[in-house]
Write a protein that binds this ligand. Structure first.
Ligand code: GLY
Ligand code: MN
Ligand code: MN
Length: 485
């Protein structure tokens, strides 16, 4: 059971959702508890779409939104009160609480779901349900089959099934003031935690010790959990994009890349900082770091309402390419390197993703295959990086020019597998060039990531104040930690 919360935002969201559902019937399952072993479950976290519409945090619940029902327009199916189960596993709202505290018009024990759905589908021409939920799809197909039988007897039952994803996800993509306040709080706490990690780290520690300091700050501020597993990657581990083992012993001279953010009331931050474990960048580390920093600054400037999301990535890859050419890491000049996308050898990921209730948040990135324009209220990351393989003395670059838009178009027309094969063939035909990677850069991995709100005027960096320039980073690394070590 959650503490008392303001129901108004949930009422408003359900109303907007109900308007889109029209005369259909929407069935929205929450997350289930997943057994880890014996009678112990993995940590439970409610499904974001379900929480967005209900505010209900318990497992094994289902929401039904039935806008044309005379009385029961919003129904919650929940685990009933059960004294013994509650003594073992915690309090339950039960059907009484679902109505009294969560604003449901009616609530029933979860066991009654199938029976009641059979009644609810009558006179509803469409079912709004997100297929692809292995634990639930079977129930829905059985329900639809029963509905078909009823149709043959002359009754109206759902003949179409619609995905609620796009409706809810477009709503989640644009932040209300209340949602934004939560997002800001997640960013603020995460900023404090990154600063403490910089003070705390020193050579000889293990990555998990810095992780403990970072996550202590999250938790001590009341954050219930991280938004995703913390990446605490020292030395060559920084070149593994989603490294989460966090158990290497850090050496003098290493960089430490930390990509971590806490969750605050179902909103997550996503910050990456990279800093020297001993507090001082070496020359090559600094050269790569400052290049990524310049690229990020260019990306941040490109965040503007009306600009396409792709403009952010374009700005970043141009600066990275210019710098990589200057540092001798690419075999050709800037124009060829961009046209042939050679920066991808060192920068294999995109620059941005939506950020909100989930770290890689929902919402389409392209509309009719074209990169979508940014709008005030959207929140995205800007996270360039460079990762130089610790082991390879040379890199091989394909001499093939291509446009990413054409690749998208092709994937759409031919399907991913055929498009990929065609790309492989083109690459083989174009030939390659082998280029030596200067030794001093090998094994350096740097990513700098901030969270940005699109405003009417440009981008507002929600994670501003997290030390970032070389001076700021070296200064905070020299401060004593606030936590004991
Ligand atoms: N933390 C995952 C990401 O930055 O995308
Ligand atoms: Mn990110
Ligand atoms: Mn990240």
């Amino acid at each position: 059971m959650t503490p008392a919360q303001d129901l108004a935002p949930f009422v408003e969201r359900r109303q907007r959702f109900a308007d889109a559902v029209g005369d259909g019937l929407a069935v929205i399952p929450g997350a289930r508890e997943v057994l880890r072993n014996g009678d112990v479950s993995y940590e439970f976290r409610q499904d974001s779409d379900f929480f967005f519409l209900t505010g209900f945090e318990e497992p094994d619940a289902v929401a039904v939104i039935n806008p044309s029902h005379a009385k029961e327009r919003y129904v919650l199916f929940v685990r009933p009160r059960d004294r013994e189960r509650e003594i073992w596993n915690g309090r339950r709202a039960g059907v009484e609480g679902a109505v009294a505290d969560y604003g449901a018009d009616a609530a029933y024990p979860i066991d009654e779901l199938d029976r009641r759905l059979r009644e609810y589908i009558l006179d509803r021409p469409s079912l709004v349900y997100r297929l692809g939920n292995p634990a639930f799809d079977g129930r829905i197909t059985r329900l639809l089959a029963e509905g078909r039988a009823a149709r043959s007897r002359g009754q109206v039952t759902p003949a179409t099934i619609e995905d609620p994803g796009p409706i809810v996800h477009e709503m989640r993509l644009r932040r209300s003031p209340g949602e934004l306040a939560r997002q800001r709080r997640a960013c603020e706490i995460s900023r404090e935690a990154h600063a403490e990690a910089m003070r705390y780290a020193r050579p000889g520690q293990y990555e998990y010790q810095v992780q403990a300091a970072l996550e202590f700050v999250f938790r001590a501020h009341g954050s219930p959990r991280t938004g995703y597993p913390s990446i605490v990657a020292s030395g060559p581990n920084a070149c593994i994009l989603h490294y989460t083992e966090n158990r290497r012993r850090m050496a003098d001279g290493d960089l430490l890349l930390i990509d971590a953010g806490c969750e605050w009331e179902y909103h997550t931050a996503d910050i990456t900082r990279t800093f020297p474990v001993n507090g001082r960048f070496t020359g090559p580390q600094r050269a790569i770091y400052e290049l990524v920093l310049r690229a990020q600054a260019a990306g941040l400037v490109a965040v503007r309402p009306g600009h396409r999301l792709e403009a952010v990535h374009d700005a970043v890859r141009r600066v990275l390419t210019e710098g990589l050419v200057e540092l001798g890491l690419l075999p050709r000049g800037v124009a060829d390197s961009l046209a042939m996308h050679h920066y991808r050898e060192f920068y294999p990921h995109g620059t941005s993703h939506w950020l909100g209730m989930d770290v890689h948040d929902v919402g389409d990135y392209r509309i009719r295959r074209v990169s979508r324009p940014l709008e005030a209220g959207m929140v995205l990351t800007v996270e360039p990086g460079l990762y130089v393989d610790p082991e390879r003395e040379t890199a091989t670059f394909a001499l093939r020019e291509y446009s990413e838009d054409e690749m998208w178009e092709r994937r759409y027309r031919l399907g991913a597998t055929a498009a990929k094969q065609l790309e492989e063939e083109e690459r083989a035909r174009a030939g390659t060039i082998v280029h030596a990677i200067p030794r001093e850069f090998r094994g350096i991995g740097v990513r700098i990531e901030d969270d940005v709100l699109v405003t009417a005027y440009g981008g507002e960096v929600l994670t501003a104040g997290t030390p970032k320039t070389v001076d700021e980073v070296e200064r905070i690394c020299a401060e004593p930690p606030r936590l004991p070590r």
